[in-house]
Design a protein around this ligand. Structure first.
Ligand code: ATP
Length: 283
């Protein structure tokens, strides 16, 4: 029986600005997304007519609400394929963390089924389909570094920003993306990142300037509610990070480090109080 294993990588946002609330309730954003080497492993196997989802993580659903199920449904409907699939999700990416774990899993399943079912769908078409699952899914297909506009689905590939040292820390609080956007007061934001500058620093491979100019307007909501996010950011700077920021709608905080020893010492310090701390690299 054919079996395929796919790596499903997380992302961070090097900057995130919200431009406006649209009539339909969605928000128009401008963000630079960066894939990192923290990954889940997705295993796909042929299965007659049913979809079976298994996972090692108690918070990940195994029913039709899992984004991997939506990916299967989308492809099987679109290409009239009357087959089920067995999907195993080995989770390492923290869940509900602002790291797009679910979106990345859905992207991996789209890519994997394309291979398992020999569909030969182009990356461009796969990304168009991916947007129907969620705004972050097309980026997870594309990977690397990209500017995302619209509701996050309009992507422009940027030059590579790989191999940068990142410390991730996720405090054990749950913050729903919907809550954060609902409570965002666009007229009360006092610092907005300059996305064009961030893009220029990426093109120049200028780590220091990038790290010191990052910004995420969603922090105005989450830090007010959860001061621990600011405490983690400050601790990272104290331990030598060039810059630190909340990823996406949080609560994960990342720090950009130049020196691996500093990152490891900071990890040891944060691990005294926080369960989920990882040293990773950008892809
Ligand atoms: P984003 O950065 O896109 O907002 P996130 O990292 O904050 O994503 P996810 O890890 O994708 O959030 O999970 C959010 C919720 O989605 C979870 O609480 C879970 O119930 C549900 N979910 C559905 N499919 C998955 C999946 N494959 N992996 C993880 N969570 C999933």
């Amino acid at each position: 029986m054919a079996e395929i294993k796919i790596e499903s990588f997380a992302k961070i946002n090097l900057c995130l600005d919200v431009l406006k609330r649209r009539e339909d309730g969605y928000h128009e954003i401008k963000t630079v997304m960066q894939q990192i080497d923290l990954k889940d492993i997705i295993t796909l196997k042929d299965n007659e007519d049913k979809v079976i989802i298994e996972t090692n993580h108690p918070q990940v659903p195994t029913d039709s609400t899992n984004l991997v199920y939506k990916a299967w449904k989308l492809l099987s409907n679109r290409y009239n394929i009357d087959k089920g699939v067995y999907i195993k999700i080995d989770k390492n990416i923290p869940v509900a963390a602002g790291l797009a774990g679910g979106s990345s899993n859905a992207a991996a399943v789209l890519k994997g089924l394309n291979e398992l079912w020999s569909l030969n769908i182009s990356q461009k078409e796969l990304m168009e389909l991916a947007a129907q699952i969620g705004a972050d899914v097309p980026f997870c297909i594309m990977g690397g570094t990209a500017l995302a506009e619209g509701i996050g689905e309009k992507l422009t590939k940027l030059s590579s920003f790989s191999d940068k040292l990142i410390l991730l820390a996720k405090p054990s609080i749950s913050v729903s993306t919907a809550y954060v956007y609902k409570n965002l007061e666009l007229n009360k934001i006092d610092f907005r990142p300059n996305t064009n500058d961030i893009i220029r620093y990426i093109e120049e491979n200028n780590l220091e300037s990038l790290a010191t100019n990052m910004g995420n307007v969603l922090e105005t909501v989450t830090i007010k509610e959860y001061p621990i996010i600011k405490e983690i950011k400050d601790k990272m700077i104290q331990y030598g990070a060039l810059g630190s920021l909340m990823s996406g709608s949080g609560p994960t905080v990342f720090g950009i480090f130049k020196n691996e020893d500093d990152a490891i010492k900071c990890k040891a310090e944060l691990s005294k109080h926080i369960d989920t701390v990882h040293v990773v690299k950008t892809l």
